[in-house]
Design a protein around this ligand. Sequence first.
Ligand SMILES: [Zn+2]
Length: 404
Amino acid sequence: MSQPKPATQASAGHLLRLIRRGQAGTRGELQRVTGLSRSTVSARLDQLFRAGWVREHAGDPVADPTGGRPAVRLEFDGSHAVVLVADLETRHARAAVLDLNGEVLAEHSGRLLIDDGPVVVLDRLASWFVELLAKAGTGLGLVCGVGLSVPGPVDFGSGEIVQPPMMPGWDGFPVRAELRAALVRHGGERTAERLPVLIENDANVMAYAEQRLGFPDCSAFLLVKVGTGIGAGVVVDGEMYRGIDGGAGDIGHIRLSGFPDALCRCGSYGCLAAVASGRALAEQLTAAGVPVASGSGVRDQLAIGQPDAVRLARAAGRQVGEVLATVVTLLNPGVLVIAGDLAGPPFLTGVRELLYQRAMPRITAELQVVTGRLGDRAGLAGAGAMVVEYLYAPDRADARLGRV
Ligand SMILES: [Zn+2]
């Protein structure tokens, strides 16, 4: 008796996912994995070929173990569209055009003050995007989506930024609509009116990128970004964990005892961010006689081993470590990545000291505490991956194929 077909959905979007994840790379493998007939697999693949999403690999064919004709390998075609991505910091931004595999086709970074508010910032960003598209030799018509990383909590569903302490004027602002309108103004192509725009918190996006690149097998992953503010991103089973409205990981405003005079941007006193962020350390370092204006100034001093900067970074690491003892006990992650301006040996040493002292040995025994591998590029890489995973997820891919 023949085996029953495995119960599987097997639309073109599902086949695409199998190909993208490396779970099936030839027609034969697609048939075996899905249980679909040869002709059905061919029909589905034709849809993907026509859309330009999948191509037959020009390289070496795969030898057939049964001695038949060698099979041609199928692959996701990362060049059939591009993604626009930007990583907005409080005083600086990066923007890039990426192909769908995350390759940077053109990139720009420069001063952009988040305090200037969304209308000014998004207009400038749109002008950067249009220039970058020209530099990359492409145009708005080939853009499939836009990904923005922002330094505040985001309700991913609505795309609105929710009560961001460090982004005055952005609370509830219609960022998607404004960015699309700015792209139409600068790019002149009305296709921008319908572009998918995905907005996500910076620590979440960085965690997503670092997990995918550096620790793909880690099922519970934590990243803490220590820049102007402090935030954490959590990736569980390869997916960002956002909480019910994007508030998960906003650890910068947990109040510490013992700092009643440290005023935070959120209006409270004694928040972790008011004591141990790059901005807080810039003030402390300036008071110690080493004038610096921001977290990146602290980073420069750390890079040359300035003793006061090293001492303050280690103390900040201990303060963040105190909060993280609770966080890691709750999540039991395999990896904790420290990212942002303060990421470096003194801060990591401080984090480890407190973590190993305050959390149970069982929790920290297998925990790696490390700096990220992508550095300043994590935000762009994560924003790009977020857009591609969203647009090419099976159900959404099928809906889009229907329109191709
Ligand atoms: Zn605060």
